[in-house]
Design a binder for this molecule. Structure first.
Ligand SMILES: Nc1nc2c(ncn2[C@@H]2O[C@H](COP(=O)(O)OP(=O)(O)OP(=O)(O)O)[C@@H](O)[C@H]2O)c(=O)[nH]1
Length: 474
């Protein structure tokens, strides 16, 4: 049986997206906002969904409690969530007693977390005690503010120190890079957080707010998209990634199997999601698509405009890996045709098997069917070298600020014994630069020669996935 996953949502962004995620899971598993389970629809003979991965259930009173920790340094967002969703365990909510937030300063959030580490550890240990076989943790946060980035960074370090064998994934929201930022110090916060994503996590599903807004604008016809809409795009992706775990079949039914297909070497673990089409099941403004086949969806998933991380037009990048998770009424022949065509169109790094892996996901019986057949929709998770565009932009904005020493004092004042923010800045910047080099080097065949161990790992994991795909395609 797949193991449990504990969700940690930190800061405004993390909690707002978390709210949409839980809403989505409740809809798909028939759970009301107070945690009560709804009767299973008559059409369901045997209940197949695995609620235990994300919820702890109590059969005595038919109640479900999310395996979730809600953390924020100001109360507004979490209070509004818990007033609508009473299903959360009140002991898993941490709000700062002064309620002032982290002032968009990573160092303030990080220092706060070091001072409250016992409380965080205690919350985590209690939650762990409720699991039979924990698979891992998922952090939802923004890398640009003070809490999701600073507290989130500390929590990632704590998780990788204390629970080194558990999978540590993140859903990390990067800020809009093209326009003037709402948080002027976001490049500092992003670089400092990136160091922890690189060192203390196994996989990061990356979104950038610029790409999310463009997708909402172009696909939902919303003139000026708000977080309400963009967060539904993120929660749709989160729901799709976790669907094979929650409605399991014989392959890709653990997060580890999904991640090991996509991450051939431990250093290259930043993943880009692409989703199409958005339907009103998940996104309120979406217009339902009448006809789409698996063939259409697999090819549409290659459309750069649908990528949830923007890359510069001059950076085409290469694919390191790709996994499609497809749902709906699917013809096997459409899948085969689509995958063959997609593989011809995609340029992979020279050292990997050029295959797009595929998992079929299941539609929840709790979601009402609006038309006779279930429309086909799909998520592609890919590991692409074009992600360096995002890191390059972050570094160039960081360098501009740092050259002027701008706002450094606001960080330095949070130094403490054994922690010097100027050193942190330098180490973090160096680490992001090494990550960019790693992705660039991965575009050449020489990459494998440089690291024999990575080669073995990569080919082994790809081979497993290839076998699974072969079975899938019959
Ligand atoms: N996609 C998305 N981005 C958000 C949301 N809320 C804030 N952001 C972005 O996140 C960044 C700021 O992070 P927040 O989560 O607001 O800040 P925080 O982590 O709570 O930190 P403090 O406010 O300093 O305590 C900015 O780039 C915002 O544009 C949200 O609901 N969705």
């Amino acid at each position: 049986m797949p193991g449990e996953i504990i969700t940690i949502q930190a800061g405004q962004c993390g909690n707002q997206i978390g709210q949409k995620f839980w809403q989505q899971l409740c809809n798909e598993h028939g759970i009301l906002p107070d945690g009560t389970g709804m009767p299973v629809p008559d059409s369901v003979k045997i209940r197949e969904d695995q609620t235990n991965i994300f919820f702890q259930s109590n059969s005595d009173d038919n109640r479900y409690t999310p395996r979730a920790l809600l953390i924020d340094l100001e109360p507004r967002v979490v209070s509004s969530i818990t007033s609508n969703f009473t299903m959360f365990n009140p002991r898993n909510i941490h709000l700062a007693s002064n309620g002032g937030g982290a002032g968009n300063i990573w160092a303030q959030g990080y220092k706060y977390a070091t001072g409250h580490s016992d409380e965080f550890m205690d919350m985590l240990d209690k939650e762990l005690d409720k699991c039979d076989s924990l698979e891992g943790f998922q952090l939802i946060h923004s890398v640009a503010g003070g809490t999701g980035s600073g507290v989130g960074s500390y929590l990632l370090e704590m998780l990788s120190d204390r629970y080194a064998k558990k999978l540590n994934t993140t859903f990390s929201i990067f800020p809009e890079m093209e326009q003037t930022s709402d948080v002027v110090v976001q490049p500092y916060n992003t670089v400092l957080t990136l160091k922890r994503l690189i060192e203390s996590s196994d996989a990061n599903i990356v979104f950038d707010n610029g790409a999310l807004s463009s997708i909402a604008l172009n696909n939902l016809q919303v003139k000026s998209p708000s977080f309400e809409q963009t967060n539904q795009l993120v929660s749709t992706v989160m729901s799709a990634i976790t669907n094979p775990l929650r409605f399991p079949s014989y392959s890709y039914n653990t997060m580890t199997s999904i991640i090991s297909t996509l991450i051939p070497t431990p250093d290259l673990h930043f993943l880009t999601p692409t989703y199409t089409p958005f339907t009103s099941d998940f996104v309120s403004e979406a217009r339902d698509i009448r006809k789409s086949t698996a063939y259409d969806v697999i090819l549409e998933l290659l459309d750069k405009k649908l990528k949830m991380v923007k890359s510069s037009p001059d950076n085409h990048g290469l694919y390191i890996s790709a996994l499609d998770i497809i749902q709906g009424d699917i013809e096997q022949s459409d899948i085969q045709k689509g995958l063959i065509k997609a593989q011809q169109r995609i340029e992979f790094v020279p050292w990997t098997s050029s295959s797009v892996h595929l998992a079929k996901s299941k539609r929840s019986p709790f979601l009402k069917q609006k038309i006779n057949r279930t429309p086909v929709s799909g998520l592609m998770l890919s590991n692409q070298t074009s992600i360096v565009s995002l890191f390059n932009k972050v570094l160039s904005q960081y360098d501009k600020l740092m050259k002027r020493n701008a706002f450094v004092e606001a960080y330095r004042k949070h130094n403490y014994d054994g922690f010097d923010i100027l050193e942190e800045f330098q180490n973090s910047r160096d680490m992001v630069e090494s990550l960019i080099d790693e992705y660039r080097n991965s575009e050449s065949m020489k990459y494998l020669e440089d690291d024999e161990e990575d080669e073995e790992f990569g080919i082994a994991s790809t081979a497993v996935a290839d076998e699974e795909d072969a079975e899938m395609l019959g």
